[in-house]
Design a protein around this ligand. Structure first.
Ligand code: SAM
Ligand code: SF4
Length: 333
């Protein structure tokens, strides 16, 4: 069996690296208003450590990487990190997930450094609402960032929309219309109970079945779409005649764990084989010891549970493993 395969035959060829736990926003589903206790700078993996780590991982089959955070574009060396990873010959795809506050400024340099594509988080198309969901974000900056990403060719551009009951579920059709004349993939994501969620999460959670209900109410037609680069766990569709597409990512109501090909690396150097559970392994001391490092990564993969059981949280039922203490901003999504 090749390395980076788990007990259930899942092969891991994709890693999400959180390059910082800091963020310039405080999205309601991700971080508390007062922020969190952020890592001191010396605890965060350096550019060289990240690139050296990736040089080892490609030898064991990792081909795709996503840089995330916190907000990855806050790192002053983000362009250099992208350049370093993109210069590893085995890497086939390097993407960034960003809140886009600094995207307009950095898109051209990121593209020139070898970034393949970009995901932008955007939960409302109304300025005031966007500001309140993100606790301070500026919608126009996101729109400018998307425009700039289009100009420099960071395709396909994907928008991540976390559906929050009572806060943006009346905008489903607006987001779908956004795909009509734009070659963009709008991905609706179910609100996940990561790291802090109590009953307030349940009150805001909505199953993505709602999307189909709204489309039916409007009398619109849509079709299934097979291939979108960097497809991941999203099921994709296209409204009839639309240029862009929309996707559904429903980790809670219909988990996609059977096809999970991903690992996560936290900003302080811990490998997580599953987003939801608390198991994690510190690889930072082993970055210059490739044999030991890969042994530890494989151990994390060997311990990976079959699925995450997030849905049990809806019924307050006991889960088979301990959920992580980390917030989404400390893992990277
Ligand atoms: N700051 C960047 C951004 O917002 O795009 C990257 C990090 S953020 C943690 C990565 C993704 O996780 C974002 O698309 C965000 O919307 C999503 N996310 C955060 N908390 C979530 C939650 N509780 N449920 C579902 N998605 C969440
Ligand atoms: Fe920051 Fe992204 Fe979390 Fe929003 S979702 S608080 S932008 S890390």
């Amino acid at each position: 069996m090749p390395l980076l395969t788990d007990r259930f035959g899942r092969v891991h060829d994709y890693i999400r690296i959180s390059v910082t736990d800091r963020c310039n926003l405080r999205c309601v589903y991700c971080m508390p208003e007062e922020g969190l206790k952020f890592l001191p700078h010396e605890k965060v993996l350096s550019q060289d450590e990240i690139v050296d780590f990736m040089k080892i991982m490609v030898q064991f089959g990792i081909r795709k990487v996503r840089l995330t955070g916190g907000e990855p574009l806050l790192r002053t060396d983000i362009v250099e990190i992208v350049r370093g990873i993109a210069s590893i010959p085995e890497i086939e795809d390097i993407a960034v997930t960003t809140n886009a506050m600094y995207l307009a400024k950095k898109a051209a340099d990121l593209k020139a450094a070898g970034l393949t594509r970009i995901n932008v988080s955007l939960d409302s198309l109304h300025e005031d609402r966007f500001r309140s969901i993100t606790r301070g974000g500026r919608l126009q900056k996101v729109l400018d960032g998307i425009k700039r990403a289009e100009e420099v060719g960071l395709f396909p551009i994907k928008l991540n929309v976390v559906l929050i009951k009572g806060q943006n579920d009346d905008e489903i059709m607006d987001f779908l219309r956004f795909t009509q004349n734009k070659d963009i993939n709008v991905r609706f994501i179910e609100y996940m109970p990561i790291g802090h969620a109590g009953n307030s999460w349940k009150q805001k959670y909505m199953s993505l079945e709602t999307i189909f209900e709204r489309i039916r109410e409007e009398g619109l037609e849509f079709e299934s779409v097979e291939s979108i680069r960097g497809n991941g766990p999203s099921e994709n569709y296209r409204l009839s005649g639309a240029q862009g597409t929309f996707g559904l990512i429903h980790p809670v109501s219909a988990h996609f764990c059977a096809n999970c090909n991903r690992l996560r690396l936290t900003a302080d150097g811990y490998i997580k084989a599953c987003l939801y559970w608390d198991e994690e392994m510190n690889i930072r001391p082993l970055i210059q010891k490739p044999d030991e490092l890969i042994e530890l990564v494989q151990k994390a993969i060997d311990n990976k549970p079959e699925n995450h059981e997030m849905a049990l949280k809806l019924q307050d039922e006991v889960t088979s493993h301990q959920p992580t203490w980390r917030r989404m901003s400390q893992i990277g999504g």
